[in-house]
Ligand binder design. Structure first.
Ligand code: SF4
Length: 287
């Protein structure tokens, strides 16, 4: 059995940076909290809890004794102001690419464009992006929804950083017919595009594809969708414990990819497990 690992898989720059900030802060301070889990990976969030870093869901629970770390996908402008007014220490781990999306949305609205944000409507990053729009905005999660947009003179379009580039292009082509002038700022970050392209490259060559990452991680779920189109036998797992030897019967080539919020050690666990399955199979064949 051959094991192929996607060239780009696992932690992206922004997540690595945010997790590093949390670990450093936890070593120096007590009462450290994150607003929501620092990343969409339950295993890593649990490890950080053991170090005393608690994810608080509700901003009302933040007390003045807390050091608050803002996670990589950012928060809304209003919540940032609320935190400042509470007088807490704020450590901002928002990814620079997400800040670019905030600034692009704000710039477009200031220039008089009706802003369209392409992304998951309920995702905190998208809520953060729209909070920087100073005028009218619309949220669309696919090109079908874009078809229902009203006609406007000037549309400005940005995207949630982790969206699929191909779907973004589809939205662009629909919106072109909905306005006189369209300004597109592609805010999808390279990490996402690289992971998606590398995953495709592997998925089209294998009999089985394993996508590792939080079930609550949007970018991991998108990798799963992309891989499923190219390899029918694609599974989404969080840890190696969800795998069994039986799943690899008749599999000659297995591929691996992982979301941008998947820690390296979870990927290595899966690779080691597959190596064991492979070795065991070879032992049986040589008997
Ligand atoms: S996926 Fe991109 S935008 Fe999001 S944290 Fe990673 S590098 Fe930043």
């Amino acid at each position: 059995m051959k094991i192929l690992v996607a060239e780009h898989a696992g932690f992206c720059f922004g997540v690595e940076r945010a997790v590093g900030i949390v670990e450093d802060t936890a070593n120096k301070k007590s009462n450290v909290i994150t607003l929501g889990p620092i990343i969409h990976n339950p295993q890593l969030v649990n490890k950080l809890k053991e170090k005393g870093v608690l994810p608080l869901e509700n901003i009302d629970e933040v007390k003045d004794v807390h050091t608050v770390i803002i996670r990589s996908h950012g928060i809304t402008k209003d919540n940032y102001e609320l935190l400042k007014n509470k007088g807490v220490e704020i450590i901002d781990a928002t990814c620079p690419f997400v800040i670019k999306a905030h600034n692009s949305a704000m710039k477009l609205s200031k220039e008089g464009y009706s802003v369209i944000v392409f992304g998951d409507k309920n995702h905190p990053e998208v809520k953060g992006i729209v909070s920087y729009v100073e005028g009218e905005y619309f949220l669309v999660s696919n090109s079908e929804e874009a078809k229902n947009l009203p006609f406007r003179k000037k549309y400005g379009l940005v995207a949630q950083t982790t969206q699929n580039s191909q779907s973004f292009e589809e939205v662009v082509s629909v919106v072109q017919d909905k306005c006189d002038e369209l300004k597109v700022i592609n805010t999808i970050c390279n990490a996402t595009t690289h992971r998606q392209e590398a995953a495709k490259e592997v998925a089209k060559q294998v009999d089985m594809m394993i996508v590792i990452g939080g079930k609550n991680s949007g970018n991991t779920r998108r990798l799963f969708e992309i891989c499923s189109e190219l390899c029918k036998n694609t599974v989404h797992i969080e840890t190696k414990d969800e795998l069994s030897e039986k799943m690899f019967e008749n599999i000659e080539k297995v591929g691996i990819t992982a979301g941008a919020s998947t820690p390296d050690y979870l990927i290595k666990d899966v690779i080691n497990y597959l190596e064991e399955v492979k070795n065991e199979r070879e032992r049986k064949e040589n008997r």
